[in-house]
Design a protein around this ligand. Structure first.
Ligand code: PHE
Length: 478
C-alpha cells in the first residue's frame, strides 16, 4: 500500500472554497441533467418521476454527497486510499475501501459511453454551427435552425449519425482527447480552470435558453408535464430504481468522483454547506433544463419521448420552426458540451489519481494511458448502434436481457454499481467509521448533525437496499 497511515502525501488543493464548490458542481451538472434527466422523465411519465427524483436527491443523495466528500477530505489521498485510511483509523477492515474500488471501476466505465454521447453533442455542434454560419452568410441570422432542410432530414440526422461508426468514433475521439488533456494539466491548471470558466458560461446560456423557451414555447404544457404527477398509475418499482439511479448519476455519487474532489478540499471548506449547495444546484439545473426543453417540444406538437431522440431529434426539429432557432440550437449544443466536459474530467480524475498514487506514475502517463483505455472501451458503445446492434452482452442478467453494449454499460453502472457503492458508503459512514473523526468533518450545526446521522445510518442504506432489490427483482413483489 502506498497510503501511509501517519502522514498524507503532499497533494494539490483547489485555490479556494469557491473553486471546490464550482468544480464539484461542474462534475455533477452534465449530460445527466440535460440528456439523461429529461429522457428518464419522459420515459417514466413525467411528474411522478420528478417528485420521486427530488425525494431521492434530498433524502439519499445529499447525505451521501456529504459522506463522500468527507471521506476524501479526511484522507487527503486518492479515493481508494482515502476510504482505506478512514477505515483503518476507525479500527475497521480496509476492505471497506471496496466502496471506492467500485467507484473507480464505475467512473471509468461511465466515461467510456459518456464520451460517446458527448461526441454526438460535438457532431451536432458541427452541423448546427455550419447551419448558423450559413444563415448569417445569407443575411438571415434570426432564421430557424436548418432553415432549408425538411423536417424529415432534420430527424434523420440522428439515425444517420448512429449508422456511421466512423463519424461517431471521430467525435468520441475528439472529446476523449480534450478530457485527457485537461486532466493532464492537473488540479488547478486543468480541473479547476475548466470549471471556473465553463460553469458560469453554462449558467448564462441555460438561463438564456430557458427564457427563450418560456416566451416562445408552450411553458404551461411543459411545466404541467414536469410537475403534475399522475397518481392514477401505480408507481412501479422500476420507476423508483430509475429515479434513484438518476439521482446517483446526476449528483456524481457512487463513482468516487466526489471523494476525489473532496481530497483536494482544504480544511476551511464547510463540507455540509457545500453538499447542500452542490445538490441544490444540480437539481435546479435538471429542472430548469426540463423547463427549457419540454415547452419547446410541446409547442411544436411533438411528444416527450425517452432516450437520445429527445435531445438529438425532437429538439433540433423544434428549433427548426422557432424564431432565431439557428442561434438557439447552436447555443444549446455548446451548453451541453461545456457541461459534459466539466463532468468527464471528474470521471477521469478518479482513476488517474489512483494510478498516480498507487504506482507512483506521473500525471501525464496515467492520464494518457487511461484516456486511451476509455476511448477504446467506448468503441463498444459506438458499435452498439450499428455494427454490433444485435449483440446482447448480458442475456443472463434480469432486466438486461435485451440491452446492447451501450445500454448494458449505462444500466449496470447507473442502476447497480453506483447505488451499491452508495449503499456501502452509507453503512460505512453511518455505522463503522469513528464518529469522533466523521462528525467534525461535516461542519454541520448541532441541530442538523443528528438529522444527517439518521439519514446516513438508517434511511440511505434501507432505501437504497430496498430499491435495488425490488428494482432488479420486481417479481419479489408478487
Ligand atoms: N454527474 C454527471 C452528469 O450528470 C455524470 C457523472 C456521474 C460524473 C458519476 C461523475 C460521476 O453528467
Amino acid at each position: 500500500m502506498v497510503a501511509n497511515a501517519s502522514s498524507p502525501p503532499a497533494r494539490a488543493h483547489w485555490s479556494s472554497r469557491t473553486a471546490f464548490v464550482l468544480a464539484a458542481i461542474g462534475s455533477a451538472v452534465g449530460l445527466g441533467n440535460l440528456w439523461r434527466f429529461p429522457a428518464e422523465a419522459g420515459a417514466n411519465g413525467g411528474g411522478a418521476f420528478v417528485l420521486i427524483y427530488i425525494l431521492c436527491v434530498a433524502l439519499i443523495g445529499m447525505p451521501l454527497l456529504l459522506a463522500e466528500t468527507l471521506i476524501g477530505r479526511h484522507g487527503q489521498r486518492s479515493t481508494i486510499a482515502s476510504a482505506a485510511y478512514l477505515a483503518r483509523e476507525s479500527n475497521a477492515s480496509s476492505g471497506w475501501a471496496l466502496l471506492a474500488v467500485l467507484g473507480v471501476i464505475s467512473s471509468f466505465l461511465i466515461l467510456s459511453f459518456y464520451s460517446v454521447v458527448a461526441g454526438w453533442v460535438l457532431s451536432f455542434i458541427a452541423t448546427s454551427g455550419g447551419d448558423l454560419l450559413g444563415s448569417i452568410a445569407a443575411g438571415q441570422p434570426l432564421a430557424g435552425a436548418y432553415a432549408n432542410w425538411t423536417v424529415e432530414d432534420i430527424r434523420q440526422q440522428m439515425p444517420d449519425l448512429f449508422g456511421d461508426p466512423w463519424r461517431m468514433t471521430l467525435f468520441h475521439f475528439i472529446f476523449a482527447a480534450a478530457t485527457t488533456v485537461i486532466v493532464m494539466r492537473g488540479v488547478k491548471g486543468g480541473l479547476e480552470m475548466v470549471a471556473v470558466w465553463l460553469m458560469p458560461a453554462f449558467f448564462f446560456l441555460l438561463i438564456g435558453i430557458t427564457l427563450y423557451s418560456a416566451i416562445e414555447g408552450d411553458f404551461a404544457a411543459g411545466a404541467k408535464f414536469l410537475f403534475q404527477p399522475d397518481f392514477s398509475k401505480a408507481i412501479q418499482p422500476s420507476v423508483l430504481l430509475s429515479a434513484l439511479g438518476q439521482a446517483f448519476f446526476s449528483l456524481s455519487l457512487g463513482g468516487a468522483a466526489l471523494i476525489a474532489y473532496g481530497a483536494y478540499a482544504s480544511r476551511d471548506s464547510n463540507l455540509g454547506g457545500s453538499a447542500g449547495l452542490i445538490s441544490f444546484a444540480d437539481t435546479a439545473v435538471a429542472i430548469i433544463a426540463g423547463l427549457a426543453i419540454f415547452p419547446i417540444v410541446f409547442s411544436v406538437g411533438l411528444e416527450p419521448n425517452g432516450g437520445p431522440a429527445l435531445m438529438f431529434q425532437t429538439m433540433p426539429a423544434a428549433f427548426h420552426t422557432m424564431p432565431a432557432g439557428a442561434i438557439v440550437a447552436f447555443a444549446f449544443f455548446v451548453l451541453a458540451f461545456f457541461a459534459a466536459l466539466t463532468s468527464s474530467v471528474s470521471l477521469l480524475e478518479v482513476s488517474v489519481a489512483w494510478l498516480m498514487e498507487r504506482f507512483g506514475m506521473s500525471r501525464a502517463v496515467a492520464s494518457f494511458g487511461l484516456g486511451a483505455g476509455f476511448f477504446l472501451i467506448g468503441l463498444a458503445s459506438v458499435l452498439s448502434f450499428n455494427v454490433w446492434a444485435d449483440h446482447r452482452p448480458l442475456p443472463f442478467l434480469p432486466g438486461f436481457e435485451n440491452a446492447s453494449w451501450f445500454d448494458a454499460i449505462d444500466g449496470v453502472t447507473g442502476k447497480i454499481m453506483l447505488p451499491l457503492s452508495g449503499l456501502i458508503t452509507a453503512i460505512f459512514i453511518g455505522w463503522v467509521a469513528d464518529r469522533k473523526l466523521v462528525n467534525p468533518e461535516t461542519g454541520l450545526s448541532p441541530r442538523l448533525l443528528p438529522v444527517w446521522r439518521f439519514l446516513i445510518a438508517w434511511l440511505c442504506p434501507l432505501a437504497v437496499a430496498l430499491i435495488l432489490l425490488f428494482g432488479l427483482f420486481p417479481q419479489l413483489l408478487g
